[in-house]
Design a protein around this ligand. Structure first.
Ligand code: SF4
Length: 567
């Protein structure tokens, strides 16, 4: 059931060589939550021979050459996280641990893994088949982007990695389409979801400010980012291009989202839900505990928080699996020898976006001038928690399942906006689906900081909190809320953190511990603010904490004392 990762496994299958070799910065866990494993299984189901090389040594050809040269292409990903996010804290210190590395030591994933792995392939296979980039690191760096770790605007990663193609977004269908084109010796250049380098772009493509211009002028970078962001919806996006020197980065329109049937089919593929034995020798892999018995119910998020890049990777339209498919997967979990009756999570980027979407968005594309949840929940969004209630009830009834948890974050404003089913959903969560605490991410309390983040007003948090504790009391349970906050987001000063601390102490009766320092990752509006020091919509200047000490100080203002809110 595993994809082969050694020459012996190729021999066992009777293969002389694979069609495709996937190279990844994560260890190989055969799970639908691991991108390389999922893509490998999708390609295998389409009839291709796929091998996988996880976390190859980069100082020799021993690992990268283990399966030989593939017949069609190399697929390269940095793994589930951008390698620089995985390797460094927001304060710039190297992380000691990595949950996706056997043994947990952070010693296998190189910085800028996508570039390093591509160079590794080129070093050992001079004239080889195409190198295709994918995954979050490549996806978010597909155009000129601000790179926090070198503090400058960098070129598209396709130029730096000297790869041939880049597939952005979730790419389940586009990777199969690419493999078929290469197998038939046909050009893949018109495939949706594909980026490539060219001397000239296709005629109808929208030209963004050139890389050199965007790197030199924050206003040009802002204009570039707005255009990029507006052209990410498969229903309405145009093809884009961006000059880099005398060449162009060509960005084809996004691939259509998977239909529910396709999504069900992908998640219905067989996964071992184990670390491959070759990598297991390195020690336990912590991430397995979180993902092994979890269910991915949907993809996409329309929260559009300024600091989050999900919108440009997974998309702003939520697509969900059928209840039948999720129940079938739960039955599959029950048959796993290590399953103890507990489904650890049912969710997606935001757990309670399952089962409803805006009809206008799915027919005409996401609105360009307004947001679905900010400053308030859009009245065209048909918020309906009933499908989630039904799903959770069906999962609870699966023989062999003792407990079903919802560990993914929920949007409390959506719960409140659902006048018909919101309270019933929360009651369901409180009664059956949380393990003592519910995590919320208000991120801040101050209106101008929340506005910069694209988060709802704090009044909705307080209303939700009251409802949560009322239902908790009625259920006769002792449960509490844990709040996640963000320090040093653009627009936030030390004085704002002091006011947040006061708010937390007086209104929530705690001193938060779950406080992160904002990291400017590529392809978010918050990163654009960080780089330009301006509100990208009004053009007004905003304060930005850039100095490491100032950023750490903002966090320290908040962190002390009691951590959870209990009544
Ligand atoms: S109409 Fe409202 S819910 Fe629909 S896409 Fe536009 S902002 Fe989002």
């Amino acid at each position: 059931m595993f994809l082969p990762t050694t020459a012996a496994e190729l021999r066992d299958r009777g293969w002389d060589r694979p069609d495709i070799v996937l190279v990844t910065g994560d260890t190989y866990i055969d799970s639908p939550f691991i991108g390389a494993a999922l893509i490998g299984k999708v390609l295998t189901a389409a009839g291709f021979r796929v091998g996988i090389i996880a976390q190859p040594a980069v100082d020799s050809g021993a690992d990268i050459g283990r399966l030989g040269e593939p017949r069609l292409f190399w697929g390269v990903t940095g793994g589930s996280l951008d390698s620089l996010v995985a390797n460094y804290t927001a304060g710039g210190r190297r992380r000691r641990t990595d949950d996706l590395t056997p043994g947990g030591r952070n010693d296998r994933r190189p910085d800028r893994a996508v570039i390093v792995y591509s160079n590794l392939i080129r070093r050992h296979y001079k004239k080889t088949v195409p190198i295709v980039l994918g995954g979050i690191e490549a996806s978010l760096r597909r155009l000129a982007h601000y790179d926090y770790w070198s503090n400058r605007i960098r070129r598209s990663i396709l130029f730096d990695a000297k790869a041939d193609y880049l597939l952005y977004g979730m790419a389940d269908n586009s990777v199969v389409a690419l493999a078929r084109r290469l197998q038939a010796s046909r050009s893949p250049l018109d495939l949706p979801g594909l980026c490539y380098r060219a001397a000239r772009p296709p005629a109808a493509y929208l030209e963004l400010p050139a890389y050199e211009e965007a790197a030199a002028d924050p206003e040009a970078f802002t204009a570039m980012f707005h255009l990029f962001y507006r052209h990410q919806d498969p229903v309405s996006a145009r093809g884009l291009c961006q000059r880099h020197g005398d060449r162009f980065l060509v960005h084809n329109p996004p691939a259509p989202y998977l239909s529910q049937e396709e999504l069900d089919r992908v998640h219905g593929l067989a996964f071992a839900r184990e670390v491959h034995p070759f990598y297991r020798r390195g020690g336990p892999v912590r991430a397995l505990d979180t993902i092994r018995f979890s269910l991915a119910s949907h993809r996409g998020c329309y929260g559009a928080c300024s600091f989050c890049a999900i919108a440009v990777h997974q998309g702003q339209t939520v697509r969900w699996r059928s209840q039948a498919s999720l129940v079938a997967e739960a039955e599959e979990l029950v048959r796993h020898p290590a399953f103890k009756g507990i489904i650890t999570d049912v969710g997606g980027p935001t757990a309670n976006m399952y089962g409803f979407e805006c009809g206008q968005k799915t027919s005409r594309g996401v609105c360009r001038e307004k947001r679905c949840l900010f400053p308030a929940v859009c009245n065209r969004l048909p918020v309906d928690h009933r499908p989630q209630i039904e799903l959770l009830r069906r999962l609870r009834r699966v023989p062999g399942v003792r407990k079903v948890f919802v560990a993914s974050g929920i949007r409390h404003d959506l719960v409140l906006a659902d006048r018909r089913w919101g309270e019933a959903y929360l009651r369901e969560l409180v009664t059956h689906h949380i393990s003592g605490q519910l995590k919320l991410a208000p991120e801040h309390s101050e209106p101008h900081v929340l506005a910069a983040m694209g988060k709802p007003a704090i009044t909705s948090l307080l209303a939700f909190r009251d409802k949560f504790f009322q239902l908790t009391r009625e259920a006769g349970k002792k449960q509490f809320l844990t709040y996640y906050f963000l320090a040093a987001h653009p627009g936030c000063r030390a004085a704002d953190m002091r006011r947040l601390r006061r708010f937390a102490q007086q209104q929530l009766r705690l001193s938060p511990r779950q406080v992160q320092i904002f990291t400017p990752t590529p392809a978010t509006y918050a990163t654009l603010m960080y780089w330009t020091g301006k509100d990208p919509f009004s053009g007004e200047e905003i304060p930005v904490a850039r100095n490491s000490r100032e950023r750490a100080r903002q966090k320290n203002i908040l962190v002390a004392g009691k951590t959870t809110s209990r009544r």
